[in-house]
Write a protein that binds this ligand. Structure first.
Ligand code: FAD
Ligand code: SF4
Length: 498
């Protein structure tokens, strides 16, 4: 058998590679034209694949590496040269992908065996046994279940430190003058430079900058990135996890999602490394628990919720939101400090941290009324760590509340949240304390207008009572002014004058 290794399965420890020594890899270029993907995403995937090919060869594997327009063309060439070959592949997490690959292979006279994907901490069978026939899920319950089952951050039957969650210690903003430890930078080698040139020429429509490419593209670099994070940034990751600071795109976040999603690191080793640092006394528990929850809780949870909610998840739009993305998401050219700063991070690095994604980029789109599918497409093309299985539930479910499958209320807020967690508002031309009027923060009127427009769906949902008490306290004149201001902001968003 030959192991077919996909571009997000770049792990030498993967089970199929322990049993076979022939490998097939196909670099499919037309795929990169389906959306104007961030050029750093394209460089990352192609460069990581080529480095993995070289590493496999160094270790004695016989690798057939095909550069083709599409997988179908790559398979044509493979089967012309080696008719009847039986392939084995780890089951890809994106919906229907395994079956589509099997069809392509079988129609060329081969066979494709799909085996468990080792690059997750939990299996579909484990989640299904836990969830039963439920059709909506809550991350916190799953997270505790996984910790109990795996023993991660557990002392016997109890969570380490006595609490499951230290979020109340993880909502700080850094003092004035603070700056984060520098993020690691991996200088592109010859292989990456060649890919950069290729991407520049081949994908002129790509959205984003290729000015600075610093992502890890090999297993060795990814491991260095993990160790660098644990030694330099993890201690402050917890307290500043939700903070946003002007001019700082990375803060103390790990920047590991792209490497984990490619397979260069496994979630298991990431979590074990972080736990070991805690047990060695090097880092505080609130940072460690906060990080472990992202990986063991959220990442695994999203994978399974996606798996069980597809294909309906892709088209979900329970709030019937129809607006197009405001022009500023494409140009970064907006007076809104929070939005221009955050879009700048995405354009420059293919990255924004979680709170920027959730409480700026998707929160604004949510209260503005953006169609969730359009927003998902934007996230999908703009981020180096974007893959259908992880971007879709995060944007459609968590960011857009287009379904209640993974949360009982929307992550919607006024400008108050941004003001509390960032230094953006202090120098913004818009006034965060005002809801209506020329200068008022666009988040504010849109937020109240959002609550009013979706009252029927939202009033009864869990934990929205307090918000609707505020809604009820506003009189007709206030609502008229809010609605006018919201309409004006939407028009400015369409015109690119926000
Ligand atoms: P850290 O803040 O250091 O967190 C550690 C790790 O936890 C991450 O590397 C990641 O592997 C994992 N993680 C944390 N939250 C999530 C989550 N909600 N879902 C999955 N993994 C999580 N993550 C992606 O990998 N790809 C995406 O396309 C993506 N799109 C998102 C879109 C929206 C609207 C939102 C709200 C979140 C999205 N996320 C996505 C989740 C999360 O924001 C990123 O994983 C994280 O910001 C990556 O940066 P980091 O590695 O520095 O993470
Ligand atoms: Fe963003 Fe409003 Fe603050 Fe300006 S005032 S940075 S628009 S939240």
């Amino acid at each position: 058998m030959t192991v077919w290794v996909l571009g997000d399965q770049l792990n030498l420890e993967a089970t199929p590679l322990q049993h076979e020594d022939h490998v097939l890899m196909i670099e499919a270029h037309e795929f990169g034209e389906r959306l104007p993907y961030h050029p750093q995403k394209l460089v990352l995937v192609f460069s990581a694949m080529r480095h993995f090919r070289d590493e496999l060869r160094e270790r004695g594997y016989e690798v057939t590496y095909i550069c083709a327009e599409m997988f179908s063309e790559g398979l044509d060439r493979f089967y012309d040269a080696t008719p009847g070959t039986n392939l084995v592949m780890m089951d890809p997490p994106s919906h229907g992908a395994g079956e589509r690959f099997r069809y392509l292979v079988e129609s060329r006279g081969g066979s494709l065996t799909l085996v468990e994907n080792d690059l997750f901490l939990t299996t579909p069978a484990e989640f299904d046994a836990w969830a039963g026939d439920a059709s909506s899920y809550r991350q916190e319950h799953w997270y505790r279940h996984v910790r109990r089952e795996t023993g991660i951050l557990m002392d016997g039957d109890d969570p380490v430190g006595g609490e499951w969650n230290y979020d109340d210690q993880n909502r700080e903003t850094p003092p004035d003058g603070w700056s984060p430890p520098e993020a690691p930078r991996f200088v592109p080698d010859e292989v990456t430079m060649e890919v950069i040139e290729f991407v520049r020429e081949r994908y002129p429509e790509a959205w984003g900058s290729l000015y600075e490419f610093v992502w890890p593209v090999t297993r060795k670099e990814a491991r260095q990135a993990l160790d660098h994070f644990v030694e330099n940034r993890l201690a402050e990751f917890g307290p500043y996890q939700d903070a946003m600071v002007r001019g700082e795109w990375a803060l103390c976040h790990s920047l590991l999602s792209a490497a984990i999603n490619l397979g260069l690191l496994t979630p298991h080793e990431v979590v074990t490394t972080v736990e070991t640092a805690y047990r060695d006394g090097d880092v505080p528990l609130n940072s460690v628990e906060g990080f472990v929850r992202q990986v063991v809780g959220w990442r695994e949870f999203m994978r399974h919720v996606y798996r069980r909610s597809m294909p309906e998840l892709t088209t979900a739009n329970q709030l019937d939101q129809t607006e197009s993305l405001p022009a500023g998401y494409w140009t970064g050219d907006t007076e809104m400090n929070c939005l221009s700063e955050t879009v700048g991070h995405v354009y420059g690095h293919g990255y924004a941290h979680h709170i920027e994604r959730l409480m700026v980029l998707s929160n604004f789109a949510l209260v503005y009324g953006v169609n969730p599918q359009e927003l998902t497409r934007w996230f999908h093309l703009g981020f180096v760590d974007a893959y259908h299985w992880v971007t879709t539930p995060n944007v459609v479910g968590m960011g857009s509340f287009a379904t209640d499958v993974l949360s009982s209320k929307p992550y919607a807020s006024s400008g108050n949240y941004v003001n509390k967690m960032s230094d953006y508002c202090a120098s913004c031309p818009y006034a965060v304390s005002e809801t209506v009027g020329e200068n008022s923060c666009p988040f504010n009127a849109l937020y109240w207008d959002f609550l009013k427009r979706h009252e029927e769906t939202l009033r009864g949902t869990g934990r929205m009572g307090l918000m609707y008490a505020h809604v009820d306290s506003k009189d007709d004149d206030e609502w008229e002014a809010i609605s006018e201001r919201a309409a004006k902001i939407r028009q400015m968003g369409r015109d690119g004058t926000l």
